[in-house]
Design a protein around this ligand. Structure first.
Ligand code: HEM
Length: 177
């Protein structure tokens, strides 16, 4: 019975890892291509060509990259419970992933206004945003694959201690109506 349950958990883990990696491949490649698509906006006058670029850019962001991000986060969350990944390197990964999510939102904000009259995306922004995505994605993949040993007791003794959050929040009280 126990063996059956273990076997099922291994199959679930393999399935979720497959989904996670597939979603990350789409999410990451979508983000890397976004600044290049934004940059194509330069020198295009209002007309059918601009509308075509707008439709394509919206599709890549709304139809491809954002759903992949949701699937990557959902499957990653399932993996936390399947793999019981409660180690320091994973906290570092989550910090980097939150930066990636913030930069995902930045791409959405740029897209929301870029196709208004007179707007453009400069070469500097193109290079800066692309480099940020590349550095972050490489850093996350390195952290996950290398799983570096980080001893949090050296700098945050309460980080993994049971009840640490209560101590950290100190006197914070939730008002009971
Ligand atoms: C909220 C978002 C995410 C969550 C909750 C999450 C969670 C996880 C978990 C729990 C694992 C299994 C770790 C283990 O082997 O013990 C995993 C594997 C992995 N994750 Fe994520 N992840 C997220 C986003 C990402 C992103 C953005 C990337 C890359 C850009 C990424 C790359 C990977 C890779 C490459 C693996 C496979 C590691 C291996 O099999 O050794 N993840 N993820």
């Amino acid at each position: 019975m126990v063996e059956l349950a273990t076997g099922r958990a291994i199959h679930m883990t393999t399935l979720f890892k497959f989904i996670h990696l597939a979603a990350i491949a789409i999410w990451s490649s979508g983000l890397i291509i976004m600044p290049f698509l934004f940059w194509q906006r330069r020198n295009i006058e209002p007309g059918p060509e601009l509308e075509r670029l707008h439709r394509l850019t919206r599709f890549v962001f709304v139809g491809m990259t954002s759903p992949a991000a949701f699937i990557a986060i959902g499957s990653g969350t399932a993996l936390i419970f399947l793999q019981t990944t409660f180690l320091e390197w994973f906290s570092l990964k989550m910090a980097l992933v939150s930066l990636m999510v913030m930069l995902h939102v930045v791409a959405g904000l740029v897209l929301a206004h870029l196709f208004e009259p007179g707007k453009s995306f400069r070469r500097f922004s193109y290079v800066a945003l692309t480099s940020s995505y590349l550095v972050l994605i490489t850093a996350i993949i390195w952290v996950v694959l290398a799983k570096p040993h980080i001893d949090s007791s050296q700098f945050a003794t309460e980080l993994f201690a049971p009840g640490g959050l209560r101590q950290f929040l100190g006197e914070t009280r939730i008002p009971i109506p």
